[in-house]
Design a protein around this ligand. Sequence first.
Ligand code: URA
Length: 229
Amino acid sequence: MGNILDDLKTMLEFYQALGIEGMHFGPPEPAVEVAVSGDRELLLSELRQEIGDCARCKLSGGRKNIVFGEGKPYAKIMFIGEGPGREEDIQGRPFVGEAGMLLTSLIEKKFEEIKIERSDVYIANIVKCRPPMNRDPEEDEIASCRGFIERQIEIIQPEVIVTLGRIAIQTLFDNPKLKITAVRGRFMEYKGIPVMPTFHPAYLLRNRADKWKTWADMQKVLELLSGHS
Ligand code: URA
């Protein structure tokens, strides 16, 4: 019964965030500290230099830009996607296409009460170059790139990681058997950091009825950051 009520509450909050008024659930106290950049910024730029004009895998042949990642070096939340799409490849920035707009709106609606905007989080991908025709990155491509996302996590030390879609969670846990439908919505742990696996926003664009599930997953992240878990 508790679960049904929790789901109902989450759905109502979701629709309220879409602009449907009439329900309010008291916000927890804001718990955001001012982020100060220092060493982490330097370490990230050193890592970017180490990647250089990368030709470690075959994706380098088709890319326009390496999409290293962006955001606050002292971010509390780190989002990890799969790999750049067409728009990201053109702009050299993660999640700036249609899926990116959905991710941005999700972040800004869900974390507004703790004053976290897109520019306050860190967003990166498992592979830094666009796979042709937006296919899944292949094993050798992931193997060439995975060290970089691992270093980004080490440098940023986020309080929580949100993985977007199957490839990100499988790569982080080095387990190709993980099914996103089975693991999403429950915290896992990566080197002591809580990880919330959720759906990829591109999937949500095709399956809009599942959006509220990701909304519910983000609620758990919000509660963790607000100290209500
Ligand atoms: N999909 C991803 O996984 N990452 C991006 O940066 C954009 C789309």
